[in-house]
Structure formats: structure tokens, C-alpha cells
Write a protein that binds this ligand. Structure first.
Ligand code: HEC
Length: 170
């Protein structure tokens, strides 16, 4: 059996496996299905939240270009507070979220919120270079999580060439 077939089988057979956080992203394809295991209601909330994150990110660009620091501050604060893991979920939903989504997802989520908080802070201090820095870090954080957990939605982010041979990295 060649390596690609084995990987394909692994993905097919182990959809719910949650790996430790120290493996390279290309070995983590199986956990993409973690999101797929959410109940429709919770997954709907996640998608809704993602769309408002995107709206927030898009709105920051003209605000930045025009020096509207206050708007950036408000938007960053909303992003910091409104994401699904911080929303008021029912107890059952919160339990579901934490049992279905792997630890690595929670960590990436927390990192994202940390960055949103830093952006809020930079905007409050009217520091345009810092705003630019944290905005860019946030973009990287969107991509970083999508490349691990949302390649079913954004296939272009899949790390294709590296899947061929695990030895490449060592
Ligand atoms: C901690 C992980 C994580 C972070 C951080 C994250 N996303 Fe996502 N995002 C996901 C997952 C998982 C999906 C796929 C959801 C699904 O398939 O139900 C997704 C899907 C999306 C979608 C598609 C929603 C749809 O209509 O189907 C958009 C747009 C999006 N994200 C925007 C963003 C933006 C913008 C950021 C950064 C500001 C971001 N995301 C940060 C995990 C993340």
C-alpha cells in the first residue's frame, strides 16, 4: 500500500481522533472532521461567527487607511468577545464543543482572541504600526486555523506536496 492510500484510509477510518498538538499540520487532516461532528445548531453558530469575523476584518481596512482608530478598537473588541467559544452557549452546547473539538482548535481559538485583544489595545493607543502588525498576525491566525481545521471548506490551504513523504521533515 502506498503512503497516500494509507493516509486516505487513516482519514476515512479515524474521523474523530484528536491528536496531540505537536504534530505537523499535514498529519492532522483527520481532525478536520472534528467540526463535521458538531450538531447542526452549533455548526451553524460557528459559520455565522466566521462570517462576522470576516466582516470585521474587511471593515478594518478602510478604517485603518483613514485613521479611524476608534472604529478599529470597537471592531477588535467585538471580535475578541463575540467568537463562538466566548458566546453564551447552553451548557450542553459548551460541553459538546469541548468534547468534539480537539485541544489544538481551542488553542488556536485562544491565540486568535489574544491577537484581537492586542489589536484593540493598539487601536486604543492610536499606534498605527502596531495596528498593522496585529492585523497581519490576525490574518495569519485565520489561515493557520483554516489550514488545519477547515481544508474541507478551503481546499487551497491544504499542504499538498508535504503529504507525499513524512521523512521530508526530519
Ligand atoms: C480556531 C480556528 C479558526 C480561526 C482562528 C478562524 N477560523 Fe474561520 N473557520 C474555521 C472552521 C473550522 C471553518 C469551517 C466551518 C465549517 O465547515 O462548518 C471556518 C470557516 C470560515 C469561513 C466560511 C464560513 C462559511 O460561510 O462556510 C469564513 C468566511 C471564515 N472562516 C473566516 C475567518 C476569518 C476572517 C478568520 C480570522 C479573522 C477566521 N475565520 C479564523 C476555523 C477558524
Amino acid at each position: 500500500m502506498n503512503v497516500l492510500v494509507k493516509i486516505a484510509l487513516l482519514i476515512a477510518l479515524l474521523p474523530a481522533v484528536s491528536y496531540g498538538g505537536n504534530k505537523p499540520a499535514h498529519e492532522n487532516h483527520a481532525i478536520t472532521s472534528g467540526v463535521g461532528l458538531l450538531s447542526p445548531g452549533l455548526r451553524g453558530l460557528l459559520v455565522q461567527e466566521m462570517q462576522s469575523l470576516q466582516d470585521g476584518m474587511v471593515s478594518i481596512i478602510p478604517a485603518y487607511h483613514s485613521g479611524n482608530w476608534e472604529e478599529i478598537e470597537i471592531t477588535a473588541r467585538k471580535m475578541k468577545n463575540s467568537y463562538i467559544l466566548k458566546q453564551e452557549l447552553t451548557k450542553n452546547q459548551a460541553t459538546e464543543l469541548h468534547s468534539v473539538l480537539p485541544h489544538e482548535f481551542i488553542k488556536k481559538d485562544q491565540q486568535f482572541h489574544y491577537l484581537a485583544g492586542m489589536l484593540e489595545h493598539a487601536a486604543k493607543s492610536k499606534k498605527s504600526e502596531l495596528i498593522n502588525f496585529y492585523f497581519s498576525e490576525m490574518n495569519a491566525s485565520c489561515v493557520g486555523c483554516h489550514a488545519t481545521f477547515a481544508i474541507h471548506r478551503f481546499p487551497a490551504l491544504a499542504p499538498k506536496p508535504k503529504m507525499k513523504n513524512h521523512q521530508d521533515h526530519h
